[in-house]
Design a binder for this molecule. Structure first.
Ligand SMILES: [Mg+2]
Length: 323
């Protein structure tokens, strides 16, 4: 198949049709109409074979995840996602792989009501770059900056599942076991907290998505204001399958240092904590208060009985030598 055939066959109708797409896939550029009174929010991520997903990961999961990780960044900004660009290099035009990849990408795009509006394909090592644009009412974007001493630190969902899922994938665990299937799903099909991010506008003082382990990502948020925090590791939200497979100690370590959870971590004034219950039940997502912000920089970890604990490994980094 020629490049033109590939694009037309698999990428000309991906995601939800949107009124604000004046001109989508097929021209030299997309023409898009942002709503009045809003600012654009843009994020991009590239996924490299064997680095960001296992080489033997299913193609539909790669398509879904390539979009989900970008949507997670927009969620952390409180943005409503709208438009997607895709740049794909492939070693060969493997039609079956492409069909499955496009299906996974399309599933996530339709679910989140975003539209693929353009892109490029070329021959090369498998590499997937996705760019997502969304918008926020002007002046309301969530940022990493803004936390204040005394704010509660809150996380969504459960943490550490994807790290455990990766070790189960590599270890060829029994994929028919429901616990294993759940943990592999958390690895391959993360759930970007798009609606939660928008609900946090005007409530959270700062937010970040958890892509590289809670310790690293919360660390970025705190460092933005030269602040610190104390976290109670016994309060970290862990899934039942994670606890059954990993055990409590291993799972809270995975929560802090594993990657790929794509949950949100945010700070909120204690006076507004009660507002989170309604949001959690409306959106069907757990929101767990795990600690509080302090003026002294650094992350302090304690057990519920207040004994201090430490991490075994630093947060995941693609470039460990520059940490
Ligand atoms: Mg991020």
């Amino acid at each position: 198949m020629t490049e033109f055939d590939l694009i037309r066959t698999y990428f000309s109708d991906v995601g939800s049709r949107r009124q604000d797409v004046v001109l989508g896939v097929g021209d030299d550029g997309a023409v898009l109409q942002p709503p009045a009174g809003h600012s654009l929010v843009m994020a991009t991520d590239c996924l490299v074979n064997g680095v960001h997903f296992p080489v033997d990961a299913p193609a539909d999961a790669i398509g879904e995840k390539a979009l989900a990780v970008n949507l997670s960044d927009l969620a952390a900004m409180g943005a409503q996602p709208a438009w997607v660009l895709l740049a794909l290099t492939l070693p060969d035009a493997d039609e079956r792989w492409l069909r499955q990849f496009a299906r996974g990408l399309g599933r996530a795009a339709t679910y989140h009501q975003v539209r693929l509006v353009g892109g490029d394909t070329a021959r090369g090592p498998l590499n997937i770059s996705v760019q997502v644009t969304g918008f926020v009412p002007t002046g309301t974007a969530l940022r990493r900056r803004g936390a204040r001493p005394g704010d509660a630190v809150v996380v969504s969902g459960t943490l550490g599942d994807a790290a455990l899922g990766l070790s189960l994938w590599r270890g060829r665990a029994d994929r028919d076991d429901p616990d294993v299937a759940y943990l592999l799903d958390r690895l391959h099909r993360p759930t970007p907290r798009v609606s939660l991010g928008q609900a946090l506008r005007g409530r959270a003082t700062a937010a970040v998505d958890v892509s590289d382990g809670l310790a690293a990502d919360l660390g970025h948020l705190l460092a933005a204001d030269n602040l610190g925090a104390t976290l109670d590791v016994d309060r970290l939200p862990l899934s039942e399958p994670g606890l059954r497979f990993g055990g409590r100690e291993r799972q809270w370590q995975a929560a802090l240092t594993g990657g790929d959870d794509y949950e949100l971590c945010f700070t909120v004034p204690r006076s507004r904590l009660h507002e989170l219950d309604a949001i959690a039940s409306r959106l069907g997502v757990a929101l767990t208060r795990i600690g509080h912000v302090q003026p002294e920089p650094g992350l302090r970890l304690i057990r519920s009985d207040r004994t201090p604990v430490s991490l075994e490994t630093p947060g995941y980094s693609h470039f460990p030598e520059v940490r």
